[in-house]
Design a protein around this ligand. Structure first.
Ligand code: A2P
Length: 269
């Protein structure tokens, strides 16, 4: 795959990433990432919270693809915040992955999972984390920095209190989940939207509506959803542990969804 977006800092990022959320550590993850690299994915998205960084790293090493041809993302766990805490977590992730730099590092969530509130009370800690990420970025240990699951009000505060702008916001987007306001804000700010669960963790594919539209292009509903994401300017991160689907999900560059069909699938502004 040789199609890229350009991030705010001019770094290139392959337009589809292989998502590894919910892929169990060990042989399943190792095989899935190996299959993804063989299929042509060059962008792999993991997180310390997925607990599969070690298997992801092992598959990447064994594939013997030059490191500079790969784009690797991991994330600061939602319950780890603060300057030194971020430094330590980053060091641990590099150790797990057995890498000496990362292409993208994201704050996984505004607040620890399951906590009440709108997350605003965690912004001081997120700013402290971001300052650690800025230092790592300046040292060349991370090539791009961003966040996940942030809303415009969180992005505003973070960007007003730090120096390096947010390059990526990774959020859930698929034809059934379209956070219009957040999308508009990120686009205005030049923040690339990475779309996790582009298939709604498989649920979207159960809607026969998408299959019907996909038939017009002789594509699968999964390919239609991934292409829809791409044509909206998002960066989809499809996940699969099935080799055939892993290949299928990358095969979206030989068709274009018409405008009426884009609107019928879901209006993403
Ligand atoms: P599996 O991993 O068993 O192959 P999302 O990317 O939105 O998180 O969705 C992932 C879910 O969708 C997984 O359950 C995955 O199943 C399934 N899936 C991924 N790609 C396809 C595909 N091309 N066709 C059907 N199901 C798919």
């Amino acid at each position: 795959m040789d199609t890229y977006y350009i991030l705010k800092n001019n770094k290139v990022i392959p337009v589809i990433g292989f998502g590894t959320w919910q892929i169990p550590d060990g042989e399943i993850c190792h095989q899935a990432v190996t299959a993804a690299l063989k299929a042509g994915y060059r962008h792999i998205d993991t997180a310390m919270a997925y607990r599969n960084e070690a298997s992801v790293g092992k598959a990447i090493r064994e594939a013997k693809i030059p490191r500079e041809e790969l784009f690797i993302t991991t994330k600061l766990p939602a319950d780890i915040k603060g300057y030194q805490e971020t430094m330590d977590a980053f060091t641990q992730s590099l150790y797990n992955l057995e890498m000496n730099y990362l292409d993208l590092y994201l704050i996984h969530n505004v607040k620890p999972w399951g906590k009440e509130g709108d997350g605003m009370e965690y912004m001081d800690q997120n700013i402290a984390s971001w300052k650690a990420m800025e230092k790592l970025y300046r040292e060349g240990k991370i090539k791009a920095i961003g966040v996940s699951n942030f809303l415009p009000q969180h992005l505003e505060i973070l960007q007003n209190n730090t120096e390096i702008p947010v390059m990526v916001n990774q959020i859930q987007v698929n034809p059934n989940v379209i956070p219009t306001e957040n999308i508009r804000y990120c686009k205005d700010q030049g923040i690339l939207i990475e779309a996790y669960s582009p298939l709604g963790t498989g649920r979207v594919l159960k809607d026969s509506r998408f299959e019907k539209i996909a038939d017009r292009y002789q594509k699968s509903a999964a390919q239609l959803c991934i292409r829809w994401s791409y044509q909206n300017g998002f960066l989809p991160l499809p996940k699969s542990v099935t080799e055939e689907r892993i290949r299928e999900n990358l095969n979206i560059f030989d068709f274009t969804i018409s405008e009426p069909d884009m609107n019928e699938i879901g209006k993403a502004d």
